[in-house]
Ligand binder design. Structure first.
Ligand code: HEC
Length: 147
């Protein structure tokens, strides 16, 4: 009897943990954007000549951005407007269609970059420039500055 109770309590404790983590859209979208930031850093290093161009890295940079764009729109449910140190602007909820539009452009620009299979630095510069133009385009309208 007692043992069954302990086992059930343990099971509950273990199953609740991951559910809470997966159910935190603010932490998830921040982590996704941090990955995009890291990918952008790797791409910028090649563009600036700090690191040597590498076609596999170039593809991974673009794919990381594209993967981020694919699920990003789902991570702004009602109730996630504040808290968790979010810098998401209220305009995301007030102008969802506009937000979805800039997000769709980020998706298609990164998909086009992947499809172009940049094989040298000049080819990469063109698609990387197009992909990263979306960062500021979205942030200026849909992100607030917070220190
Ligand atoms: C479609 C809109 C959109 C695009 C495009 C976009 N971002 Fe963001 N980004 C956001 C939003 C919204 C946040 C705020 C998320 C939050 O705090 O809840 C954010 C946050 C961030 C953060 C901070 C993450 C944190 O830990 O708080 C970084 C870094 C970032 N973006 C980098 C980039 C880079 C680099 C690009 C371009 C390659 C980019 N973003 C493109 C919407 C976008």
């Amino acid at each position: 009897m007692k043992r069954t109770f302990v086992a059930a309590a343990l099971l509950a404790a273990f199953s609740i943990g991951p559910v809470i983590a997966a159910d935190d859209p603010i932490a998830t979208r921040k982590a996704i954007m941090q990955n995009v930031g890291a990918a952008t850093g790797a791409g910028a290093g090649m563009v600036k000549g700090e690191t040597e161009f590498n076609a596999v890295t170039a593809a991974l940079v673009l794919r990381t951005m594209n993967t981020a764009a694919l699920g990003f729109g789902e991570l702004f449910p009602e109730g996630s407007e504040s808290g968790g140190k979010t810098t998401a602007a209220p305009s995301i909820w007030d102008d969802r269609a506009g937000f979805e539009m800039v997000l769709a452009k980020f998706q298609s620009d990164t998909a086009a970059g992947i499809a172009a299979k940049p094989a040298d630095l000049d080819a990469f510069k063109a698609v990387f420039g197009a992909a990263t133009a979306n960062c500021a385009a979205c942030h200026k309208d849909y992100r607030v500055k917070k220190e």
